[in-house]
Ligand binder design. Structure first.
Ligand code: SAH
Ligand code: SF4
Length: 351
């Protein structure tokens, strides 16, 4: 007998589900019911969906997969940061990181690709090249699996991969995560970080409302070309023009991530150029000390240099925050995700 391949429900957005139910001859309100069971109540078994008839439950079970992911490994940092390693069906692996914030909030940093094609010279993920895009369901699963282990109030697409290099799947995942019948992440609580793929940035703005973070990391094309090869395609002038054109809701700003690398981009001359670059852009700056990793000759900035850089910006009325580098002891900080479970013997099996 030929059995249909079951579809992972976490890859289907509202529109897909509407079509799915319409094809079954079912009414549109079923979408709301199913979404609410799966995302708001975390159902992993159709039998629990008591307001759906047994016959329909059976039909759905034949076609849809609603199982939940379990991390293969969990590492917990001294500061409470948790790193999850997920094994994918084809044997690849990805990582997500939950970072506890103040007032009971937690930010979940998720991956959008296995590896990354952008080859930034400071980034560990970049050294592996692109292995493949994550599907929509693989992006959503990182969130739902993490939610079974603790709260998630904010989502940042700052794990492995360049989200705008996987635009269709990422946009669909944002729709699913923000569905008001499901996980209800308002789009203000989802941030997408990009290395600066200009056409895709503009396309993103047309397709979905989301917070945008841009990894700037340099103030001259010369240095940015060296740090981020994408700059050769879309140099600073084009990138900043795209940022000015990006649609923002009132009072929202683009976050410019700026990794400070000792002796490379951390001078006060850089700070001065940064102020100039941001002229006329609704933006704020997030300063990130370079996280050192073996294989990279770049170094973290001197703490005094970081203070001076931040003060320079603040004195010129630029909102400039500092990213506390959490999860250092488990290599969970920005740019350290590599998704290879065999790389460390310190990993603890998930409990
Ligand atoms: N590809 C996207 C999102 C993932 S990278 C992007 O580049 O924006 C997420 C962030 O990690 C980026 O801001 C990147 O600049 C930063 N990052 C990468 N390697 C780092 C390192 N070694 N130390 C500190 N930050 C790093
Ligand atoms: Fe890719 Fe972002 Fe790393 Fe650059 S910094 S290689 S774009 S993941």
């Amino acid at each position: 007998m030929h059995t249909l391949e079951r579809i992972d429900v976490k890859g289907l957005d509202q529109e897909d589900l509407k079509v799915f139910f319409a094809k079954m001859g079912e009414k549109a309100f079923r979408v709301k019911q199913l979404v609410s069971w799966i995302y708001a109540r975390g159902a992993t078994d159709f039998d629990h969906m008591t307001d759906i008839s047994k016959v329909l439950r059976q039909k759905l079970a034949e076609r849809l997969d609603i199982s939940e992911w379990e991390p293969e490994l969990v590492q917990t940092s001294r500061d409470g940061t948790e790193k999850y390693l997920f094994r994918l069906e084809d044997g690849q692996s990805i990582e997500a990181v939950r970072i506890p914030m103040d007032e009971g909030r937690s930010t979940l940093c998720i991956s959008t690709q296995v590896g990354c094609a952008m080859q930034c010279s400071f980034c560990l993920t970049g050294t592996f090249g692109l292995i493949r895009n994550l599907s929509t369901s693989e992006i959503v699963h990182q969130v739902t699996a993490s939610l079974t282990r603790g709260p998630v109030t904010n989502i940042v697409m700052m794990g492995m991969g360049e989200p705008l290099h996987n635009l269709d799947n990422v946009v669909k995942a944002i729709h699913i995560l923000s569905n008001s019948d499901g996980l209800k992440f308002s789009k203000r609580r989802i941030t997408l970080s990009t290395s600066g793929l200009v056409p895709e940035m503009l396309e993103l703005g047309r397709r979905v409302e989301v917070n945008l973070a841009v990894s700037l990391n340099a103030t001259t094309d010369e240095v940015r070309d060296m740090l981020m090869p994408v700059n050769r395609r879309y140099p600073l002038k084009e990138l900043m023009a795209a940022c000015r054109a990006f649609p923002l809701r009132p009072h929202r700003r683009i976050t410019f991530e700026y990794i400070l690398i000792g002796g490379v981009n951390d001078s006060l001359e850089d700070a001065r150029r940064l102020v100039k670059l941001l002229h006329g852009v609704k933006g704020k700056v997030n300063l990130i000390p370079f996280n050192e990793h073996t294989g990279s000759s770049f170094r973290s900035p001197a703490p005094a240099q970081m203070d001076a850089f931040q003060t320079y910006l603040l004195d010129r009325d630029i909102v400039a925050t500092r990213r506390a580098s959490k999860g250092q002891d488990i290599s969970a900080a920005c740019g350290q995700l590599k998704g290879l479970s065999d790389a460390s013997t310190k990993l603890l099996p998930a409990s």
